[in-house]
Design a protein around this ligand. Structure first.
Ligand SMILES: [Fe+2]
Ligand SMILES: [Fe+2]
Length: 154
Protein backbone atom coordinates (compact mmCIF):
# COMPACT_ATOMS: atom_id res chain seq x y z
CA UNK A 1 0.00 0.00 0.00
CA UNK A 2 1.35 3.43 -0.79
CA UNK A 3 1.00 6.33 1.65
CA UNK A 4 -2.13 7.75 0.04
CA UNK A 5 -3.92 4.40 -0.08
CA UNK A 6 -3.11 3.80 3.57
CA UNK A 7 -4.43 7.20 4.61
CA UNK A 8 -7.62 6.78 2.58
CA UNK A 9 -8.22 3.45 4.26
CA UNK A 10 -7.91 5.21 7.64
CA UNK A 11 -10.39 7.85 6.48
CA UNK A 12 -12.93 5.18 5.62
CA UNK A 13 -12.60 3.60 9.04
CA UNK A 14 -12.94 6.94 10.84
CA UNK A 15 -15.99 7.89 8.75
CA UNK A 16 -17.59 4.56 9.61
CA UNK A 17 -16.90 5.04 13.34
CA UNK A 18 -18.33 8.58 13.18
CA UNK A 19 -21.51 7.28 11.54
CA UNK A 20 -21.82 4.64 14.25
CA UNK A 21 -21.27 7.15 17.01
CA UNK A 22 -23.75 9.67 15.67
CA UNK A 23 -26.44 7.04 15.29
CA UNK A 24 -26.34 6.17 19.02
CA UNK A 25 -28.91 7.50 21.49
CA UNK A 26 -28.54 8.98 24.98
CA UNK A 27 -29.09 5.51 26.40
CA UNK A 28 -25.96 4.09 24.77
CA UNK A 29 -23.74 5.51 27.50
CA UNK A 30 -21.06 2.84 27.36
CA UNK A 31 -21.09 2.36 23.60
CA UNK A 32 -20.64 6.10 23.07
CA UNK A 33 -17.62 6.16 25.38
CA UNK A 34 -16.07 3.16 23.62
CA UNK A 35 -16.60 4.60 20.15
CA UNK A 36 -15.24 7.97 21.18
CA UNK A 37 -12.12 6.36 22.63
CA UNK A 38 -11.61 4.38 19.42
CA UNK A 39 -12.03 7.49 17.27
CA UNK A 40 -9.60 9.40 19.46
CA UNK A 41 -6.96 6.68 19.05
CA UNK A 42 -7.42 6.25 15.30
CA UNK A 43 -7.43 10.00 14.62
CA UNK A 44 -4.39 10.57 16.82
CA UNK A 45 -2.30 7.95 14.99
CA UNK A 46 -3.55 9.07 11.60
CA UNK A 47 -2.74 12.74 12.11
CA UNK A 48 0.69 11.81 13.47
CA UNK A 49 1.45 9.83 10.30
CA UNK A 50 0.30 12.71 8.13
CA UNK A 51 2.18 15.37 10.05
CA UNK A 52 5.39 13.41 10.44
CA UNK A 53 5.59 11.73 7.05
CA UNK A 54 3.35 13.05 4.27
CA UNK A 55 2.76 16.72 5.03
CA UNK A 56 6.43 17.74 5.37
CA UNK A 57 7.20 16.12 2.02
CA UNK A 58 4.41 18.09 0.31
CA UNK A 59 5.55 21.32 1.92
CA UNK A 60 9.13 20.72 0.91
CA UNK A 61 8.36 19.78 -2.67
CA UNK A 62 5.73 22.48 -3.19
CA UNK A 63 5.54 26.27 -3.21
CA UNK A 64 3.45 28.90 -1.46
CA UNK A 65 0.09 27.29 -2.30
CA UNK A 66 1.20 23.96 -0.83
CA UNK A 67 2.53 25.69 2.27
CA UNK A 68 -0.88 27.28 2.80
CA UNK A 69 -2.60 23.91 2.46
CA UNK A 70 -0.09 22.46 4.89
CA UNK A 71 -0.82 25.02 7.60
CA UNK A 72 -4.56 24.87 7.07
CA UNK A 73 -4.62 21.08 7.39
CA UNK A 74 -2.40 21.16 10.47
CA UNK A 75 -4.70 23.71 12.07
CA UNK A 76 -7.68 21.45 11.44
CA UNK A 77 -5.81 18.59 13.09
CA UNK A 78 -5.09 20.76 16.10
CA UNK A 79 -8.73 21.80 16.40
CA UNK A 80 -9.93 18.22 16.49
CA UNK A 81 -7.10 16.64 18.52
CA UNK A 82 -6.56 19.39 21.07
CA UNK A 83 -9.96 21.03 21.42
CA UNK A 84 -12.93 19.07 20.13
CA UNK A 85 -12.00 15.56 21.26
CA UNK A 86 -10.72 16.61 24.74
CA UNK A 87 -13.98 18.55 25.27
CA UNK A 88 -16.00 15.53 24.26
CA UNK A 89 -14.07 13.34 26.67
CA UNK A 90 -15.27 15.64 29.45
CA UNK A 91 -18.90 15.58 28.34
CA UNK A 92 -21.39 13.14 29.89
CA UNK A 93 -22.11 10.59 27.17
CA UNK A 94 -25.76 10.27 28.19
CA UNK A 95 -26.60 13.86 27.34
CA UNK A 96 -27.91 15.79 24.35
CA UNK A 97 -24.89 18.06 24.67
CA UNK A 98 -22.71 15.08 23.82
CA UNK A 99 -24.72 14.46 20.65
CA UNK A 100 -24.33 18.11 19.65
CA UNK A 101 -20.59 18.01 20.12
CA UNK A 102 -20.34 14.73 18.19
CA UNK A 103 -22.15 16.39 15.30
CA UNK A 104 -19.59 19.19 15.20
CA UNK A 105 -16.67 16.74 15.40
CA UNK A 106 -18.18 14.69 12.58
CA UNK A 107 -18.64 17.74 10.36
CA UNK A 108 -15.11 18.98 11.01
CA UNK A 109 -13.56 15.62 10.29
CA UNK A 110 -15.63 14.98 7.19
CA UNK A 111 -14.74 18.41 5.84
CA UNK A 112 -11.06 17.81 6.58
CA UNK A 113 -11.08 14.36 4.97
CA UNK A 114 -12.83 15.73 1.90
CA UNK A 115 -10.23 18.47 1.49
CA UNK A 116 -7.36 16.05 1.87
CA UNK A 117 -8.78 13.65 -0.66
CA UNK A 118 -9.67 16.34 -3.19
CA UNK A 119 -6.70 18.74 -2.79
CA UNK A 120 -3.83 17.56 -0.65
CA UNK A 121 -3.57 13.97 -1.84
CA UNK A 122 -3.81 14.81 -5.56
CA UNK A 123 -1.08 17.41 -4.94
CA UNK A 124 1.04 14.78 -3.23
CA UNK A 125 0.57 12.44 -6.19
CA UNK A 126 1.70 15.19 -8.54
CA UNK A 127 4.70 16.35 -6.52
CA UNK A 128 6.04 13.09 -5.17
CA UNK A 129 7.24 10.11 -7.13
CA UNK A 130 5.61 6.73 -7.15
CA UNK A 131 8.54 5.18 -5.34
CA UNK A 132 8.54 7.89 -2.71
CA UNK A 133 4.85 7.28 -1.96
CA UNK A 134 5.55 3.55 -1.70
CA UNK A 135 8.43 4.13 0.72
CA UNK A 136 6.30 6.49 2.78
CA UNK A 137 3.56 3.87 2.92
CA UNK A 138 6.04 1.41 4.41
CA UNK A 139 7.29 3.97 6.91
CA UNK A 140 3.69 4.71 7.89
CA UNK A 141 2.86 1.06 8.45
CA UNK A 142 5.87 0.65 10.73
CA UNK A 143 5.13 3.85 12.63
CA UNK A 144 1.48 2.86 13.00
CA UNK A 145 2.41 -0.47 14.55
CA UNK A 146 4.65 1.32 17.02
CA UNK A 147 2.01 3.88 17.99
CA UNK A 148 -0.69 1.22 18.40
CA UNK A 149 1.65 -0.65 20.74
CA UNK A 150 2.15 2.51 22.76
CA UNK A 151 -1.59 3.09 23.00
CA UNK A 152 -2.15 -0.45 24.21
CA UNK A 153 0.55 -0.06 26.84
CA UNK A 154 -0.87 3.24 28.12
FE1 LIG B 1 -5.57 14.99 8.16
FE1 LIG C 1 -6.27 12.33 6.77
Amino acid sequence: MNAIELLIQDHQLVKKLLEELSSTTERAVKKRAELLERIKQEVSIHTTLEEEILYPAIKQAGGKEEAKMYYEAKEEHRTVDSLVIPDLLHTETGTVEFAGRVKVMKELLEHHIEEEESELFPTARKLLGKQELEDMGKAMEAQKKLLKGEQRAA
